[in-house]
Design a binder for this molecule. Sequence first.
Ligand code: DP6
Length: 356
Amino acid sequence: MQMMLTNNPSHKKISFLSPASVIIAFMINNPITAIAHPNIAFIKYWGNRNQALRLPANGSISMNLAGLETRTTVTVDAALPADSLTLNGQALHGPPLERVSAFLDVVRGMAGIDGYAHVSSENNFPMGAGIASSAAAFAALSLAASAAYGLSLDEAALSRLARHGSGSACRSVPGGFVEWLAGDGDATSYAASIAPADHWLLADCVAVVAAGHKTVGSTAGHTLAGSSPLQNARLAQAEERLTLCRQAILGRDFDALAEVVELDSNLMHAVMMTSTPPLFYWQPATLGIMQAVEAWRSQGLPVCYTIDAGPNVHVLCPREKAAEVQQRLAAMPGVQQVLTAHAGGRAHLLSGSPNH
Ligand code: DP6
């Protein structure tokens, strides 16, 4: 006779299966792998209306970054005494594991299935330095974990689920250029594609000036946003900037994009620097690159900068200018390396996984 976990709230309770359930028991023990790209926000998410549900203070727009990716495998295992997590081959405990386990609790709640899982994740880009590793991580985990626990969710539901793990992760679920609709509650706050990746051949040349972990992560940063006297001013015109950005993307208007993207990044960093306590993510090299990008644009090179919660500078340009921009950035003082990514597709299950 077969045994499996029931959906009894006391984890790991064993019951006997009917023959029809044997297939489900087999499926939930299959390792499921998903791949997701990080994304770079053109219009930033900073501050939550509801911190627990990650309902953002404003909508945001981003581009997925092909070339950079997280690959995550989830294996539900009835024999595990607790969830476990490895990242780039290293076992993680404490807060990172607790965050993943809390997320798996959401998935288990939706699936009505108990049973712990092993999560194994690999990134091909440096973490903790403003390249939104949590976005790719929780987007991939949403797809892999929901499939591993037997759920079949549509894109909007996967995006909502990813939001619970990390706000920006909801934008890494759909493909290409993506807008996260702030929504008015849990059900309406998710991301959708504005245009596919091949709509506009843009590149993001990421000038890495520090690849270590930042001292204040974005989750803690969001809780401080409301303490800045500038946050309300930033929010007051967020809708206008969203419209300008959406129009610039749809019309492939680089000058219009550059103007609104740099303004929005500067506004977010002004909020960060004026919160209590203040957050300064920039390093001297960060400002040097911002000024160089401005100068290059005034000389006719189509480039603009945007910076997330870290010191690295994302320099956007049309794809045919990426080699030149990469070369110029690599020659700047303080630049350790330049990662170049292009507009990327949606998060997906690896072929061979169920629901692929
Ligand atoms: C500056 O999504 O990383 O990159 O929801 O707490 O995981 P959590 O925060 P996160 O915040 C991203 C902040 C940002 C701007 C953005 O990506 O929109």
